[in-house]
Design a binder for this molecule. Sequence first.
Ligand code: SF4
Length: 466
Amino acid sequence: MAEAAAKLDSVVPCPPFQLYGRWNALLAIPSDGTKSLWTWAHDGDFFPESILDYVEVLRSSVVEGDRDLGCPRDPVRIDVDLTQDCNAHCLFCFSARYRTRLTTAPRIRLSDLERWLAELGRRARTKTIRLCGGGEPFAHPEIDGVLPLAHRYGLLQSVITNFDLVDEARCRAIFEHVDHFRWSVDAVSDTTRAVIHRPGPGANCLQRSFELVRQLVEWRRRERGAERRPMIWATFMLLPQNVPEMVEFASIMKEIGVDSVSFRPVKYPVHVTWSPLERARLRAGLDEVARLDAPPHFRVFAPRPTWSDATILLPSSHFADCLSRKLRTVVEPTEEGPTFQTCGLMRGSGCHPGHRLESDDAFASAWARVAKRRIPRVAPIECRRCIDISMNRTLTFVLDMLKGDPSARFQRALAPSNASEVSRLTLVDSWPNDVDAACQTANPAPYPPVCVTQVSGAATNLWADS
Ligand code: SF4
């Protein structure tokens, strides 16, 4: 351990694109060389920024004496809901319940977004802008002007889209300006997709979307080599109607060259009832897609086998303070103007007093104002459910470690899937950038695996809930 720790001084952390799919644990190494601790962690919570970005924000808070992050800090990631408009009407749409109450489809103006991003770029503390919904980002009439902005101001960009409104020119714009996109696929036949997504006129048929993404993967391979940017994650919301297509979906995505697929249970807003036969098909399908997992190039994330029986997890049983809402935020268009929401689950809750971004507001000062009057007031105590449990648990692990040792170092690591309390981890941050070449050798890690202790009650992988 001492040998590995000493060598860590010279390690330059790999960017997330090189390490995606290659780590599943976060190792904390005390500065005095005593026993290291680790917890399960994963990129699903942090990509395309790095968990190490969050470590450094937490470290500076502790060093400055702000041990519980009471003082506002620029958010590391900002979700921007560009528009409340959408071309589809998905059965499982979480925003339908509030979007249908709107008399207009409010949207963020291009000029406002550019002003905020220019400011955030100058301050250099925010890493990522994620365009999501609310509605569908490509339904925003100024989307072609929006896409180049993030890189222009030195920020990473992520997009969540159904891909229905993407043509070849937009596909190329995604390749040029987006670092990561999440693609809601949910079917392989247009018949099933029509039942689930209920798209309006003008949507791509699925075969067209598959062709476009295939082309994007080919551009990536030819022009960026081993750098898988943009990283592509395809998602599949599990419903009795589409379970017969889940295995074919995973096979097609693997063949196209997307980087991961994740199967997610629909827990809300619709209540889904599974017959015994459908449940049996689902379990068989989950087993079959799991066999397609081929890390690091193609990852399959499936919910735990008991998910459909499980009650919704109560966040306060998993972490004591919500760090997520202190390090991230959502900007949502409302009929009263753009407004902050303190977390994704507060979308659609209206424009709370003091939360609106006024036209003459600097982004940072508006955020600082909101940080002092967050709603809910006390989290997670006031939250009955949460989509950031896994991330909050990882951040709590980091903050607890730093409170005891502000100089502690953190490394992304690979733990065996059957990892026990004391396990051997492989340190992956120390891998060379050309990991593919290194992986062809018998032992790709230039440092010996380390033997470390897992924190008690450490996070299980809650990917399906994130
Ligand atoms: S639901 Fe509550 S605990 Fe979860 S991120 Fe939102 S505010 Fe935090």
